[in-house]
Design a protein around this ligand. Sequence first.
Ligand SMILES: C[S@@+](CC[C@H](N)C(=O)[O-])C[C@H]1O[C@@H](n2cnc3c(N)ncnc32)[C@H](O)[C@@H]1O
Length: 331
Amino acid sequence: MGYSFSPGITLFTDNYYMKYKHVSVLKNEVINYLDPKNNENCIDCTLGGGGHAKAILEKTAPNGNLLGIDLDINAIKAAKQNLKDYKNRIYLVEDNYKNLKQILKQKKYDSGFNKIDIILLDLGISSYEMQDKTRGFSFQGSADLDMRFGQTDLKASDIINNYSENELTRVFKEYGEERYSRLIAREIIKQRKIKPILKTDQLVGLIENVYKNKQKPKKIHVATKVFQGLRIETNDELNNLTKFLPEALEILNKGGRLGIISFHSLEDRIVKRFFKQESKDCLCPPQLPICQCNHQAQLKILTKKPVEAGVEEIKNNPRSRSAKLRAAEKI
Ligand SMILES: C[S@@+](CC[C@H](N)C(=O)[O-])C[C@H]1O[C@@H](n2cnc3c(N)ncnc32)[C@H](O)[C@@H]1O
């Protein structure tokens, strides 16, 4: 393995290398709302290149520990290099953040992480993963239709070649908000009978065909939405988030802060609903005169509305355009 000194970290894997580049979104806002203090412990559940983690570690000196989780081994390698000045205070794990409680239980973290003050989840994909032409996230070039963040079982090509017309339509419509979901699903079924669809450019060509005599979206490539839907399904992204939220709340220390950055309206809705529910003392239907659920509020919402990037950040990092940060404190 080798590293470069130009911006970004160069990762070598077999005969292939590329720079790990990713600009963290809403970094100042994350620090502002999660308010890391000296000696506090943090879990960064989607470590990426460690951009947010570094900003947090600077604030939690001298003894605050950080547990960093990512499914992508290249992210872990890049973060290890990026955070080398903090090596005595970091623990990096290649795993799925949906296994948060189980990861934390592992004996080796017991001493450093008996109380968790900050949990951060920055959802979605890094620029590094998007630009890596071997991973299948990008509709440019030709790569295997993989789209996995880590070593999970289901690949995008399994979905494309095995899902029914209805299932494909649901994925493109719900997760991609693709206008021609049904037509694209039908075209996939037709084409895969002739030859399996295994490469990104095969799928892009097929989508372009469907769009041939149709009005194209204005600012994005015609394949953007289908690729987004496919990525979300491949990585089971919404179910991961749903499983994660109660676990994060459970392990957080009283007074601890939870911050979640999402890039998709369905993700944001899941977070919004969870925060709302956990910030209420009673969840009984309004017609019940006396509370029967005994539910007690565990969260104080810190962001009434989701926090979004300002004009300057969007100009410098267009990816931040759709980012929404919600934060809450455990009470
Ligand atoms: C937007 S990037 C995070 C960037 C990071 N906050 C930074 O400042 O560099 C999202 C990261 O989450 C990882 N990821 C996506 N789904 C995951 C999952 N279920 N479990 C663990 N990591 C995941 C991706 O591999 C990617 O590295």
